[in-house]
Design a binder for this molecule. Sequence first.
Ligand code: 9PG
Length: 524
Amino acid sequence: MKPTTINSQATQAETDKIIHGEQITIQLDAQPLQFYRHGWQSWSLAAWVDPAQRVPAIRPKLLHPMQTDPLYASETQPNGSWLGAVELSDGNILLIGALGLEAHVALSGNSLKGWYESGDGDWFVGRGPEQDVFAHYTTLLEERLGKGRGTPSPRVWCSWYSLYTSIDEIILLQVLHDLDDLPFDVFQVDDGWQVGIGDWQPNDKFPSGMEALADRIRASGRIPGLWLAPLLVVPSSKLFREHPDWLLRNKNGQLVSAGFNWGEQLYTIDTTHPEVLEWLAKLMKRVRAWGFDYIKLDFLYAGALPGIRQNGMPRETAYRHGLQVIREALGEAFFLTCGAPILPSLGLCDAMRIGPDVAHYWESMRDSRMLNNPTTPGVKNAIRTALNRLWLNPLVQTDPDVVYFRSKLNELSDEQKRLLQDLALICGFKATSDLPSWLNERERARLSDFLTSQPMIKRTERYKFTIDKRNVDFSEAIPLSKPLNLPLRGVGAILGWAANFPVIMRANDNLGKWALTKLRKDHT
Ligand code: 9PG
């Protein structure tokens, strides 16, 4: 089928419309000023970039499936998932956005191209002021995919960014007690409670069981929240051993890699397999029966990775099918998706993480400069991508990840902490992992004010806002790292290569864990 071709000089009537086709091409009459790259899932980069610069491949390759769409990980032209936009010299933008799944957009010279991976579908083409064009696109997406139930986001205490996997029921109950009069709605238990990835039963750090923990949380007046990564499986799990036929494979019958974490290779299950769907629904119902009403499901991208599925469904359609079953089984629970492919999750969740993880530091120079990796934890990466995803806000509650108020165990400056807090106010999603015992009196009071505040927010420019009467400028979080000079580029290449070996990744994980434990010991 011949692609539909439009000239960028087209009149307003020729743009701002829906075009049907497998491919679409827009011929621009000059190189645009910027290109909007929209990453595939929560943690993938969303940013306006220089269209003249080749996109460097992120390192290491081993992590591609969990940081970007692995299908396009080596694409050097500016490109993005489902949508792409260019900034024109008249200050307007021109956007092409798919209204269906399995679609991609790239800028090739002066042509902006969109294509569906399998079959055809609808495209929105819009031109005008940035906010208006994105707003138009979101109304069309809402018609096709729906939106969250609009339940306001609760204020969440989450265990991850302080305790990481070193949670146990005694520590959590202590935190719950120490939170005292801080106005959190949800107490969310993150990674670390389960026997294993795939084996979603409490481990021996939770001897009283999950139901007892949820009861204690509820008795304190808060909503019990729980983290799971239900689409992932690791080789050490019982699930992996017992159900090899549930695992997603490629056309050669090999397992599809979903990345590497927890010192192990990650794999995923086929969400079109009837037994998998039944297992997923049962798991969600079990967690609900334990008493958890706020559910954070993580590493969801795994369900949409390229592979051969039982019923031949395309990858994102298959993921969405699985998510539908999950949503239904969750009933009335507040459902937050994380590490989630963006478009395929719309309409089926209440909130969505829209950027990479934060951390107690601004930026990892190793990751951003040597490994070209803007998806790893750090406040700069988190702010950049989340700000460039605010257009999603009418469709889903946008979660920019937690904020910090503590100065203990924290390298962030007051200004950097403030930027993150302001982003949370803009997103309307307030969460922290700060342990009350780590906060001094002033910090605790500030956290309390933050949780109760309802400021007036106005966007004045792409990265500038007013919050009540205060001007907030996020510009310092926006630039991507410059390419390295030659000798350092060599070091980066070697580092990136080495990180493809599980033994190196495991050593790096252990080093990180050791540093964290030491830091905590020195401070408590
Ligand atoms: C629990 C965490 C927290 C966090 C999630 C997710 O290796 N990685 O690329 C990687 C990315 C994100 C990540 C962990 C590893 O964090 O975003 O809030 O729930 O899982 O393990």
